[in-house]
Design a protein around this ligand. Structure first.
Ligand code: 3H9
Length: 690
């Protein structure tokens, strides 16, 4: 087959030039793919035996976008715009033949083709927004012209991958091919276009779908309002909207200029840098250096969960959702029934929102089998203990499990902070013991910390990663230390927040600073939500901590209508003078000097110790890489993705500046700010840890 370059071939069949790209893994538009497209289309145009051109891809997908790894590098080879001009201005019809996903620049290439054909399993989308970008190769101007402004707004601000049949309905795809017959059907479609003398459709010239929305400001303001909550803090969604506005109101070429200007702003900004970093971090986190790809996996076809409380119930739902039967154990029938009814209610709520059918509710409930005896866990492949955080209790359970569970079963604890090695030592099979730390609500939160004990076998780690993927979690492998990665870093922020309110900052000052930074809520609003009385005991409360004082005053959090804040009947919070007075009194009694504390200082006090702790975690080998820490924090603790996580953010601020700040804080405020020696080394030797 004639080769254009190392990733492109061009073959002519029945007057149809078939230009095939093969650049694994995802046919991204790297320099050689652009070159292949450019030269291939050019050759086909110049070949008099060719009447039409089909662009098709080998491997798992059509072009999945620009090559993100090339961003920021000196341009090489033909630009994407040159390639698109070549395709769009071809005097012979060019047809994109799509399987897998046509995403970002890939869809933008397809949009310069005169026609598009796809198999039913294919999906199309402009997901640039998820990388903090907008489609920068004319996609913002062409998509609205083909699907209308409203649909383009939804696609571009959500980044969703739209199934081919929907693309067909909205006119984005002109023809559906039979599954597995893409090349054959694309050639037939190309011949039909030629024989019927169909026009060379240029999407850029279409106007019927956008005409009616010219000057329709309400369309855009309503849309902005509808996504406000979800997109708070992100720049890219707004810039995408501005591009669609330009598409509707300006001529094509002027719209392109708006697209280019806004694309460059995003591309050179820190938000997109953070979001692109997180994209790769998310793929990196699943790679464990000492665990080879070939590591044998244990099959997990049945699961046992101990505890039908909030955690146990949520954990069980994850497995039932993917068809894995779960046996859930609770001490009493009453508690079991309560737990099962909460699970059912959760499913029914999801069904009420239309996300699953009522049959699916029943199917999933049928997969969850409640039992009151731990002896029922003799056959399951994976057991997850999810009882409350008490070492003695957990040890006792693992001792029992050791005697009950079948050989080779994975024995996991959902502990959020306790020593997994100590728990494993209760068994005669520590190699099968692991921590699987889910985050609440466990059926919703994406993060899973996989806690690798000293003796946990590679097979058990690899199998845990595989099952995490199956239940659609983002798993980070962490080491055994108090609080692991997530809670260990959280403790730093919590400590400083608690100290700050005695030094003069009020709970809402701290919450507001962190909310404005991008967290969904600050630590005090969070405490109110969780309940201040968790772990508080009325009988031995002696006003020693502020929490004691608040609980003693009946301020238990949202559930009692007041905690750090006071709440109205809709659970809207307001600052409360009474709390301010209690805090002042508490501070005065302890002779704490009150002062004005700026928002900047609040952020430094709360965030820089977290970065420092991240370095300590890396130094101790408790996280594999800095980006794993950021994955934990962006997926489990609400660190805004556009700030990249604590380690990325530290680099943005400058590790040298963080270090200097910590040194001063150590002198002025105490030893808890002592910089990690690893941070000192990274700064001194300018080591790149990201
Ligand atoms: C863009 O197009 C800008 C334009 O508007 C034009 C500007 C001028 N580049 O996810 P996977 C790698 S922006 C480079 O595990 P899956 C990925 O890192 C782009 N590499 O597979 C991984 O590498 P490794 C818009 C990429 O099957 C491997 O491919 N497009 C790219 O679960 C496999 O990836 C997007 O945002 C890329 N564009 O999912 C689409 N994409 O094996 C981004 C992937 O070394 N990609 N890699 O870890 C995706 O959403 C998924 O990768 C996809 C496949 C759905 C395609």
């Amino acid at each position: 087959m004639p080769t254009i370059n190392e990733v492109t071939t061009l073959e002519v069949k029945d007057g149809v030039a078939i230009l095939t790209l093969n650049s694994p893994p995802v046919n991204a538009l790297s320099a050689n793919v652009r070159e292949g497209l450019n030269d291939g289309v050019s050759n086909a145009i110049n070949d008099s035996s060719v009447q039409s051109i089909v662009i098709i891809c080998e491997g798992r997908t059509f072009i999945a976008g620009a090559d993100i790894t090339e961003f920021g590098q000196a341009p090489k080879g033909p630009s994407l715009y040159e390639v698109q001009d070549m395709i769009e201005n071809s005097p012979k019809p060019v047809i994109a033949a799509i399987h897998g996903t046509a995403l970002g620049g890939g869809l933008e290439v397809a949009l310069t083709c005169h026609y598009r054909i796809a198999v039913p399993s294919a999906k199309c989308g402009l997901p640039e927004v998820n990388l903090g970008l907008l489609p920068g190769a004319g996609g913002t101007q062409r998509l609205p012209r083909i699907v209308g402004a409203q649909k383009a707004l939804v696609m571009m601000t959500s980044g969703e991958h739209v199934p081919a049949n929907q693309c067909f309905d909205m006119g984005l795809v002109d023809e559906l091919a039979a599954e597995g017959e893409l090349e054959h059907d694309a050639v037939a479609f190309a011949n039909k276009i030629v024989s019927e003398g169909r026009p060379l459709v240029k999407v850029r010239d279409a106007s019927d779908k956008i005409q009616g929305d010219k000057g329709n400001e309400a369309l855009f303001s309503d849309f902005r309002k509808s996504i406000l909550r979800k997109t708070r803090g992100f720049l890219a969604p707004e810039y995408n909207i501005q591009c669609v506005e330009a598409a509707v109101n300006l001529p094509f070429e002027e719209g392109l200029k708006v697209e280019q200007e806004l694309f460059m702003k995003l591309m050179t900004g820190s938000q997109s840098a953070a979001q692109r970093y997180i994209f790769f971090a998310q793929r990196q986190v699943a790679k464990i250096p000492d665990i080879e790809k070939e590591t044998p996996l244990k099959e997990i076809n049945s699961v046992g969960v101990i505890g039908a409380g909030t955690m146990g119930g949520g954990i069980s739902m994850n497995f039932a959702n993917v068809g894995i039967p779960v046996t859930i154990i609770e001490q009493s029938q009453e508690r079991l029934d309560k737990g099962l009814s909460i699970i059912r209610k959760n499913y029914e709520n999801t069904a009420a929102k239309g996300r699953i059918s009522s049959e699916q509710v029943e199917e999933r409930m049928a997969l969850i089998n409640g039992q009151t005896s731990i002896e029922e866990l003799s056959t399951q492949d994976l057991i997850i203990e999810a009882v409350f955080e008490n070492m003695d209790l957990k040890k006792d359970i693992f001792k029992q499990l050791d005697g009950i569970c079948k050989e080779g079963a994975i024995l996991a604890s959902n502990t959020s902070a306790l020593d997994v090695n100590e728990i494993a030592a209760e068994t005669n099979r520590p190699e099968d013991v692991i921590g699987l730390h889910f985050f609440s609500p466990a059926n919703v939160m994406k993060l899973l910390e996989i806690v690798r004990g000293d003796q946990t076998s590679k097979t058990v780690v690899a199998s845990s990663l595989a099952v995490a993927k199956k239940i659609q979690k983002i798993a980070a492998v962490v080491g055994v230390c108090p609080g692991f990665v997530g809670n260990r870093i959280l403790a730093q922020r919590q400590r400083e927040a608690n100290k700050l309110i005695l030094e003069g900052a009020l709970p809402w000052d701290i919450d507001d600073a962190l909310f404005d930074f991008g967290f969904p809520m600050g630590p005090f609003a969070m405490s109110d939500l969780a309940g201040l009385d968790i772990g508080w005991n009325k009988d031995n409360s002696n006003g020693e901590t502020l929490r004691d004082v608040l609980c003693e005053a009946g301020r238990l959090g949202q559930k009692s209508g007041k905690g750090f804040y006071v709440y109205d009947e809709n659970r809207n919070k307001s600052p409360d003078l009474e709390v301010e007075a209690l805090i002042r009194k508490f501070g005065e009694e302890r002779q704490v000097q009150m002062r004005d504390i700026s928002k900047e200082e609040i952020l430094q006090r709360c965030l820089y110790p977290m970065i420092n702790e991240g370095f300590k975690i890396l130094e101790e080998g408790m996280a594999i890489r800095a980006s794993d820490i950021d994955i934990v924090w962006t997926n489990g603790y609400g660190w805004p993705v556009y700030e990249g996580g604590p380690m990325f953010y530290g680099n943005l601020v400058g590790y040298d500046k963080v270090l200097e700040w910590l040194k001063n804080a150590e002198k002025e405020l105490g030893p808890e700010f002592k910089p990690s020696p690893y941070l000192e080394r990274v700064v001194a030797e300018k080591i790149n840890i990201l």
